[in-house]
Ligand binder design. Structure first.
Ligand SMILES: Cc1ncc(COP(=O)(O)O)c(C=O)c1O
Length: 401
């Protein structure tokens, strides 16, 4: 996939070597078209919405257009299912406060040990209202214990809040199976698709979830959080909102002025993914574009994982690395070295990788990794290359074989 010249950040060098960006799970680099969309917004149509003049009308139209693109991206019914926020965490907190107001003491919420804290903390906070929050177990291979979930799901469960994919292990959860389980009890299903959205087609229609969240900075866009809600559902929730703002979906959870310029960039990020595919319409372009991204990432992932497996001191975690669906994200520990030390070493050689728990802190606790500084995490993106992976393996072998 030859898209590298679209990404100005890939020109960066450290000690004369091009940077290898394996930090995508914490945020991808952005193509020039995203940078242009953000700066063009400021140059041409910067205004607040709802005014009776050109730049304000253009801003309103732009935001509507980006909602429409995201509705196609997620296969949502229409743009009124798409709300914006500062990031996923802030949107999820807003949603949890609204849901907290319609739950009664004794109602139950299921969260999981595998999830990012952004999909645990907001729900755990509802314990203050007498809501019972139960936690589904994670197995040692970084997959969910679905039997435990079935045992904990009952007629009092009002919400299952879980990840679509794990940002720690790349696990793709069986959300279709969970949806079947929740049908039996009538619980809402909320999916954190932040880690899944950069790597796979998300189809809220076929999963039939009630809520889904993602974050554009993980899929080549700016820092904007995105919330999908099932048609009609947001209107029934008492969100925090001013009496002066619009009281219905998608606006009723959007407090204050949105980041218009960044939203312009989100539209360009969708266009970027679409540009990697083909077909008669945006849906086809996005489906094939995303399939092409994953195809490329899979090839690199195979090479990366094989190299790491053959590095003596490395221990890989998570579900089997050659079984898909999964995300091209791998976490590992290095015998005798703190994760921070390994990432420092890599960073000095221009290889950018994260160490720690990546806010999937509960999973790291369950595996007993917190005292050792967590894991080293490497994640692939559309712009990564075979040379990137080869250089990474070379450095890893030099120091840790
Ligand atoms: C799986 C997952 N969920 C949620 C979040 C939080 O997203 P945001 O930074 O948009 O709040 C992240 C960020 O790393 C993530 O990886």
């Amino acid at each position: 996939m030859n898209i590298r010249d679209q990404f100005p950040a890939l020109q960066r060098t450290i000690n004369g070597q091009p940077v290898v960006y394996l930090d995508g799970p914490a945020g991808t680099q952005v193509p020039q078209r995203v940078i242009d969309a953000v700066s063009n917004y400021y140059a041409t149509s910067n205004a607040n919405t709802h005014g009776r003049f050109a730049s304000s009308r253009q801003t309103g139209e732009l935001i509507r257009e980006v909602r429409k693109k995201l509705a196609v991206f997620l296969n949502a019914d229409n743009e009124n299912c798409i709300s914006f926020g500062q990031n996923m965490t802030t949107l999820n907190y807003s949603l949890s406060r609204a849901i907290g107001r319609v739950l009664r003491p004794g109602d139950e919420i299921l969260i999981t040990q595998l999830d990012h804290e952004a999909n645990r903390g907001p729900w755990l906070a509802l314990r203050e209202n007498g809501v019972v929050v139960r936690e589904v177990r994670m197995l040692s291979d970084g997959t969910l214990d679905y039997d435990d979930m079935a045992a904990k799901l009952n007629e009092r469960t009002r919400l299952v809040a879980m990840g679509y994919a794990s940002n720690l292990f790349g696990t793709v959860n069986d959300v279709f199976r969970v949806r079947e389980m929740t049908y039996r009890t009538g619980a809402w299903l909320l999916l954190d698709a932040v880690h899944a959205a950069p790597h796979m087609n998300i189809d809220v229609g076929s999963v039939d979830c009630d809520f889904l969240l993602c974050s554009a900075y993980k899929f080549y866009g700016p820092h904007v959080g995105i919330l999908y809600t099932r048609p009609g559902l947001l209107d029934s929730l008492p969100t925090d909102r001013l009496r002066t703002q619009e009281q219905h979906a998608p606006f009723s959870i959007e407090t204050g002025t949105l980041n218009h310029a960044a939203i312009a960039g989100v539209g360009a990020a969708i266009d970027f993914i679409a540009s990697l595919g083909n077909g008669p319409n945006l849906t086809a372009h996005l489906l094939t574009g995303m399939a092409n991204i994953l195809h490329h990432e899979k090839e690199l992932f195979h090479k990366l994982v094989s190299g790491l497996m053959n590095t003596l001191q490395v221990k890989l975690y998570g579900p089997p690395h050659d079984v898909w669906p999964r995300c091209p994200t791998v976490s590992f520990t290095v015998e005798g070295s703190m994760a921070s030390h390994v990432c420092q070493e890599l960073g000095e050689q221009g290889i950018f990788a994260w160490d720690g728990h990546f806010y999937a802190i509960r999973a790291a606790e369950v595996l007993g990794q917190i005292p050792f500084g967590g894991f080293v995490r490497m994640g692939l993106a559309a712009y990564c290359t075979h040379e990137d992976v080869e250089r990474t393996i070379e450095v890893m072998k030099k120091h840790y074989d």
